[in-house]
Design a protein around this ligand. Structure first.
Ligand code: MN
Ligand code: MN
Length: 466
């Protein structure tokens, strides 16, 4: 059903399924506050659903068969899940892609200092944030500290009841005359995002010292020395669990919906798939989308292509580059990322006929980008038609949208990168309010329609001849 309110079109008994799926998603969101944690949880869920580690299969030289379920994690920050299909892999795959990194505040490599009775961690934010939203709110610290002896210390502080949290201060309103006159971009500046982590000094060589006390506690409780921050990746994120929003509990507020609200159902569609698919299925959860898909774990890297070369060598017994090219070219993909949900408070930034409406279901963006579609993957109309048919056949509430009104702004996803292979790719996702804020808002019925759409797509999408 196109552009209809999904709550009004649920089948008898379907509301309970909406709510039950939302609970599973909430658990994933709470377990995965960093890309690494998302991968760890994905591996756990994949194993539970009978998926095997592809690396072990390749090492043993075991041939993959139709119906086999495998996963491969990459650098602990990306994960790919596959179900091998009946058809020749040259016919391409049905792929669900999304990203698992979210905007946040990263700790610098030389972060620790003391000033006026406080110990601080200095930071450099990650992704596009309104910096003023991240002050005067409880923060948790998540990440890893890699030691020179090869060991890794995993850190997660601030989520459990009884854990301490961390804090970035804002200026009191009483003295904020000048600050309130600044543009929002300057109200809090990047170098003011300093996290308070302690204030009780310890006496060291006759001098009282707050930083020394923090270092003592880090050493005692975690085995971390000051220089270890150099080889650490620690992310400050909003502390606490996601929550139901509204008297009707129809929505979820939480950190990191962008883009775990697409990543989780993409993965779940494969985890829940029963039997042997016609085409090989893939769920691809990638990293670094929020900073341009760069680095060894971003979509611009070759890890996905490398994994496909390994799978093809296994199932086809060939290292032919041509077979790999055909497989990728003939694939079909929903590149899923959140859409800008129409917000009546800011109606002027949208064009309502082409906006993603909360409650109207899974959203397709034929293109993203900005200023005349710049930087977008402008999906082929033929593929849009196939996606329409799949949604209609499966009784899914769906809609189409652009990211805001023309020339107001814009944004990109991983779609254009996968489209480089020649595959058919369309941006899919669901509407989010307050995207990139510490707490974002989504609708449970949109999440459900998104999941149903992914399940239908991997089952029903097929090759397109042009
Ligand atoms: Mn995103
Ligand atoms: Mn984003």
């Amino acid at each position: 059903m196109y552009r209809k309110n999904a709550w009004e079109h649920l089948a008898d008994g379907e509301r309970a399924k909406v709510m039950a799926f939302a609970e599973k998603y909430k658990a994933y969101l709470d377990a995965g506050k960093t890309e690494r944690e998302c991968v760890t949880e994905a591996v756990r869920l994949a194993k539970e659903a009978g998926f095997s580690d592809l690396n072990a299969i390749l090492r043993e030289g075991k041939p993959l068969q139709a119906g086999d379920r495998v996963y491969q994690a990459w650098m602990g920050k990306c994960i790919m899940l596959f179900i091998i299909g009946e058809k020749d892999i040259e016919c391409g795959m049905n792929i669900l892609g999304a990203h698992i990194d979210s905007p946040r505040i990263d700790i610098k490599q030389n972060p620790l200092y003391e000033d006026s009775g406080f110990a601080y961690l200095d930071t450099h934010y990650y992704g596009g944030i309104k910096k003023y939203q991240w002050v005067a709110t409880p923060l948790a610290l998540h990440g890893v500290v890699c030691k020179t002896d090869g060991s890794t210390i995993t850190v997660s502080i601030g989520e459990n009841e009884g854990d301490p949290v961390f804090y970035i201060s804002d200026l009191l309103i009483h003295l904020a005359g000048d600050q309130m006159g600044k543009s929002a971009a300057k109200v809090i500046e990047g170098e003011q995002l300093n996290i308070i982590i302690g204030s009780e000094p310890v006496k060291e060589e006759d001098k009282w010292n707050v930083k020394a006390n923090v270092l003592r506690l880090l050493k005692e409780q975690y085995g971390i020395e000051e220089e270890d921050f150099v080889s650490a990746e620690i992310e400050a994120v909003p502390a606490g669990k996601c929550r139901d929003v509204g008297f009707d509990r129809s929505m979820i507020g939480g950190y990191g919906h962008d883009d775990r609200v697409c990543a989780y159902p993409s993965m779940a569609a494969l985890l829940d798939f029963e039997g042997t698919p016609a085409y090989t299925l893939c769920a691809l959860l990638t990293d670094k989308e929020e900073i341009g898909s760069v680095g060894a774990t971003g979509m611009n890297a070759k890890y996905f292509e490398n994994t496909m070369a390994e799978i093809i060598a296994n199932v086809k017994g060939t290292e032919s580059n041509l077979v790999l090219r055909r497989c990728l070219r003939n694939s079909r993909m929903l590149s899923s990322d959140v859409s800008a949900g129409f917000d009546p408070n800011f109606a002027g930034c949208f064009e309502k006929k082409n906006a993603s409406i909360v409650g109207n279901g899974v959203t397709f963006n034929k293109f993203t980008g900005s200023r005349g579609k710049g930087g977008s993957n402008d999906c082929n109309a033929e593929f849009v038609a196939m996606v329409r048919r799949i949604c209609e056949d499966a009784g899914i509430c769906w809609q189409t949208a652009e990211l805001g009104a023309v020339d107001v702004g814009g944004g990109g996803t991983i779609a254009y990168i996968c489209a480089n292979y020649g595959m058919n790719v369309i941006d899919a996702g669901l509407p989010v309010l307050s995207m990139h804020a510490p707490w974002e808002l989504i609708s449970k019925v949109d999440l459900w329609m998104e999941y149903k759409c992914y399940c239908a797509f991997i089952k029903d999408a097929e090759e397109i001849s042009y």
